[in-house]
Design a protein around this ligand. Structure first.
Ligand SMILES: [Fe+2]
Length: 251
């Protein structure tokens, strides 16, 4: 694992070449004077949205048992589908969370000599990873209790899988520093906290108080994960700053 950022020939910024940036900005003026194309990108996207089918669907009520099966296609049944969809989403995200932590643990075990921030260790990271597994299992139980099929990829699960692809890619970036990897974990944990909060409020609204109570325990774990990961990231950055040897010219 890279331990910190390095200075190098990064020429992505506009200030690295004033001459070329001037030429590029003059191109903007030309563009402003030119007629707009017949179909702009926004119009094209709007036409796709008008014609598009929704992202996936929920299984029909006749395949469901449990609470949702009992209320069928009634208003209550349709409301319960919203909860089932979000439970499917959370299950997908928690499963991705396990993969994120597995990838992070691989990096840690390969970097035996690296100085780790605070109380971070294979064991403390593994404990968070195990919580994510337990949350996934809790969600599978909740989906089955309501009469759903936990193997279904629900529409919201599909959306969250697409959104999470960037996190998995970033975590598997071989050149990432410890702090950069922790930033990825912090992003995932922030979503975890907010999503369990939403799920608790949705379950309560649908009179699923027992589920809401169990979700509140998961939320406690997630708040702990966030606090830990954010603390480690803060310390990792402080270490990066402190490890840079003072330049005598700065004195
Ligand atoms: Fe978490």
């Amino acid at each position: 694992m890279q331990d910190r950022i390095k200075l190098g020939a990064n020429r992505t910024g506009i200030a690295s070449s004033p001459m070329h940036s001037e030429a590029m900005l003059s191109g903007l003026d030309l563009q402003e004077g030119s007629p707009h194309p017949a179909i702009g990108a926004a119009d094209l996207r709007a036409s796709y949205r008008d014609e598009a089918e929704p992202v996936g669907s929920m299984p029909p009520p006749n395949t469901l048992r449990g609470v949702v099966g009992a209320v069928g296609e009634s208003l209550k049944g349709r409301r319960m589908h919203i909860l089932l969809d979000k439970l499917g989403e959370r299950a997908a995200y928690e499963r991705s969370g396990v993969r994120l932590y597995d990838a992070f643990l691989q990096r840690l075990s390969a970097a035996v000599d690296a100085a780790l921030p605070g109380d971070m260790s294979i064991e403390t990271v593994q404990a968070i990873r195990n919580d994510e597994v337990a949350h996934f299992t809790l969600l599978v139980e909740a989906i089955e209790k309501l009469g759903g099929d936990a193997t279904v990829q629900t529409p919201c699960a599909d959306m969250t899988a697409v959104a999470g692809m960037g996190l998995i890619q970033a975590m598997n970036e071989a050149r990432a520093t410890l702090a950069q990897s922790l930033q990825v974990l912090m992003t995932a944990e922030l979503v975890d906290v907010a999503s369990w909060e939403l799920l608790i409020s949705l379950a309560t609204q649908l009179d699923q108080d027992e589920l809401a109570r169990r979700f509140a325990v998961a939320l406690d774990h997630e708040n702990m994960h966030l606090e830990r990961v954010r603390g480690w990231l803060e310390l990792a950055l402080e270490n990066d700053v402190a490890l840079l040897a003072p330049d005598p010219d700065d004195a």
